[in-house]
Design a protein around this ligand. Sequence first.
Ligand SMILES: [Fe+2]
Length: 392
Amino acid sequence: MTFCSSSFNLESRTKVVYGCDAVARVGLLARELDGQSALLVTDPGVHGAGHCDHVRKILEASGVRVNIFDGVHENPTTDDVNACVAKAQAADSPIDLIVGLGGGSSLDTAKGCNFLLTNGGEMVDYWGVGKADRPMLPLIAIPTTAGTGSECQSFALIADAKNHQKMACGDPKAAAAIAILDPKLTTTLPPLVTACTGLDAITHAVESFVTTRRNAFSTMVAAQSFSLLISHFHLVLSKPDDLEARGAMLWSASLAGMAIENSMLGAAHAAANPLTARYGMTHGHAVGLMLPHVIRFNAQDHKTQIHYAQLACSAGCVMQDADESTATHALLACIEEQLGLTGLSCTIHGCGVKESAIVDLADEAVQQWTAQFNPRPIARNDFIALYKAAFN
Ligand SMILES: [Fe+2]
């Protein structure tokens, strides 16, 4: 990035309300948005943990009627969105506010539902950016994971139920009007979810720092996000009730979401998506596993290596006067250490991937939307090499 050749717009679409017990303000915030009839979108796990009823009671105490859709699946598909829309359309009074509560899957389903409720058609109609012509309903996003940063993005990632193609559907109008970040909501996460969502956030920070779309704002928030993530990840894994660490992770995941909104992602996400679609690998695990291999590939481009070195230095992974090669190796060591902390497999062979599938995986990876923003141009053969490096 150079200041003379870059240009960007900085527009804060989402009001961020942060704090322990901040969720108690959801009723007042809903009324601030003139919400009278809300659709609360969540998944069975979040509902079972009691968060859904907690939010429903707060909304109802403020005079907001609540319709609950709790059928969101992980890696939501068009089927999830269609079921959510059907629930909204069956409400006694027209829905005028959507509340997404949960991980990225719930927040993305809430956004997907918003597209169809207000603009009609199917999700594929909104694949891309800025395809919605009509106004959309206000959205309150309440993340219960520190991972996707979806609460600070205008994109809904929805897979086609038939062909599993992940569609990134973005529109400024789809961004949450308000994001409520309450660290207490993340303390009930199962350890595996804490681990995978943390790896996802780390990957977001690293990838968004180096993309072809990077700019002064995205690099600032990505660097701050990365620094916070690597200094608190081990704490949320070892002390799940540590609210200081939970808060740092939640805030830094949202910062990484802001970075993505401004600079997109790269090849680790492109390589991970087929692993999730074909082998059911959890998204965060897949991106975290592929990230070191992508860094090694990208660092062969000297300009990108300098960017990795800057990230390593700013996060304190290495001394400020280290050369680019040393700093990039320190970044790699730091990221591999984070992956090691989770106890998850560091190879795709360990996740059940067959070596014979690598060519097909590469065929799909190279078509992924995020591949185009990778700082070093990446082709099918490069993805084959990445998967082979990650195999065992
Ligand atoms: Fe991700």
